[in-house]
Write a protein that binds this ligand. Structure first.
Ligand SMILES: C[S@@+](CC[C@H](N)C(=O)[O-])C[C@H]1O[C@@H](n2cnc3c(N)ncnc32)[C@H](O)[C@@H]1O
Length: 367
């Protein structure tokens, strides 16, 4: 189990790692914010934005060269079916995206992180900048990357209200994520009580990213570790991690943060919602007594339509047909086949029961 913080320059340290060894990369690189002077709030106090030494570059060429160098290493380190997420604001995301495409990365999605509580534009000189972009990409178009689709639905509180979620409503996770900027107790402080890092990312972003695009035990790399948010969520979700950060203070505080985090064995961590159900055949279920040769198959509101044969096919007016084609013929639709498990019912204790439910019960009995 790799759980490493490497304190050093990211490009030099990445060069020491073996090619094709990483399942998932999350990168939150310097943005090159180019802020000048002191930002002042409307009421006159100074705003502590990102003006750190690590965010300074001489020119666009300088920034692009740095970006191309670290992304080249990411490309080398990523497994063929791995994927990479890069987060950036308007200052850098266009350069980063262009360089990623030049290097051969293939975009899967660009996700808008819509900040619920953005920093205001104090002077009122332009629109309030209330989002950042996450680029999600693979090494090639053909990559069979991990996407825990149903886990994403379980994490969707953007388009499903808490009330509807509690009632069982689920919707596809979209590409606009409404998440608050890191704040409160989640925000790391120095021993003096000051904010440790100017761009600490919210755990919820990393939790989503890791939960939907990696598996338990996968190796997650973050080339710009900062306060180690990526490692914190990787550890919580049972993934391995390699974090690179050149600032020793961030590494020290980050390690303390990680020491306090425990793995939480949850269906989200295991992507249990995405587990493929066990394949079982009708013949197996007949042998186990879940169905009986000769019993009638019904549509939801109808009379008996066809009778079950010993091999799992149906006898429909003397013709022996597989249950999926039979469903299409008996319903008189244009399609050649319908999924029989969505259409057929059998009688149990005088009541109609979906054959899908009977199959679920059989699967359950095998566990
Ligand atoms: C945007 S911050 C990452 C914040 C992090 N995602 C978090 O949640 O705390 C970028 C980090 O990259 C580090 N960094 C910048 N250039 C670096 C380099 N060449 N090698 C290693 N770390 C670097 C900075 O010290 C900074 O902590």
């Amino acid at each position: 189990m790799q759980q490493r913080i490497i304190c050093g320059d990211t490009i030099a340290e990445m060069k020491k790692l073996p090619s094709g060894s990483i399942d998932l990369i999350f990168a939150d690189p310097p943005y090159w914010m180019r802020t000048e002077g002191v930002l002042t709030r409307v009421e006159g106090t100074d705003f502590d934005g990102c003006n750190d030494d690590w965010d300074q570059f001489q020119s666009l060429e300088d920034y692009d060269k740095f970006t191309e160098d670290w992304l080249t290493e990411c490309y080398r380190l990523l497994k063929p079916n791995g994927s990479i997420w890069v987060i950036g604001g308007m200052q850098c995301v266009y350069s980063i995206g262009a360089i990623m495409q030049k290097l051969g990365f293939w975009f899967i999605n660009d996700v808008i992180w819509h900040k619920k509580n953005p920093t205001p534009n104090f002077m009122g000189t332009r629109l309030n900048n209330s989002h950042e972009t996450l680029l999600w990409a693979t090494k090639s178009k053909k990559a069979k990357y991990t996407f825990n689709y149903k886990t994403g639905k379980e994490l969707n509180n953007d388009t499903v209200t808490e009330e509807a979620f509690a009632k069982g409503e689920r919707k596809q996770l979209g590409s606009v994520w409404r998440i608050a900027v890191c704040q409160g107790t989640e925000r790391l402080k120095t021993d003096n009580g000051n904010k440790l890092h100017s761009t600490q990312k919210p755990e919820e972003i990393l939790y989503r990213v890791i939960a939907i695009s990696s598996k338990m035990g996968d190796v997650v790399l973050d080339p710009f570790g900062g306060t180690m948010t990526t490692a914190a969520m990787a550890k919580k979700l049972g993934r391995q991690y390699i974090m690179i950060e050149r600032d020793e203070t961030y590494c020290e505080y980050g390690q303390k943060r990680l020491d306090a985090i425990e793995f939480e064995d949850t269906p989200i961590a295991r992507a249990a919602y995405d587990e493929k159900p066990l394949k079982v055949s009708m013949e197996q279920m007949i042998a186990a007594g879940y169905f009986t040769e000769g019993e009638w198959f019904y549509f939801k509101a109808g009379d008996g339509v066809a009778q079950l044969c010993a091999d799992g096919k149906l006898n429909y007016n003397g013709e022996i047909i597989d249950m999926h084609s039979c469903a299409a013929i008996a319903r008189g639709v244009k399609a050649n086949r319908l999924n029989g498990f969505d259409y057929w019912y059998v009688k149990r204790d005088g009541k109609l029961v979906s054959i899908s439910e009977v199959r679920d019960n059989y699967r359950q009995s095998l566990k």
